[in-house]
Design a protein around this ligand. Sequence first.
Ligand SMILES: [Cu+2]
Length: 123
Amino acid sequence: MRIKAAVWIAGMMLLLMAPAANAHHSVSMYDMEHPSTYKGVVNRIEWTNPHAYVYLDVKDDKGQVTEWAMEINSPNFLRHNGWTSTTVKPGDIITCTGGAAKSGAKTMRCTSVVLADGLVLRS
Ligand SMILES: [Cu+2]
């Protein structure tokens, strides 16, 4: 009886937690089906939950610099994929690939990063 109750409670917790766990992973605001790539200079990084951000100064053809907010995964995910909080530092030149915001806002869900030395990391 005790075991049954424990299993039931565990099951209910999973049911309750599932939507919350998925909510912050939502990429519906981003155009993931048409990936784009931006190269730029890192101006800062936010090593935060639920998702970290890299802010990239991207120069266009005319030399105009625009800041892009590159949303990357959680610090936990990143650590399991070869990152530390100092893998990307201000001044680094990196390349981000992912889905840009459908709204046209200068933000992207960046799913892979190429570091200055050519190392590719999932993000
Ligand atoms: Cu997430």
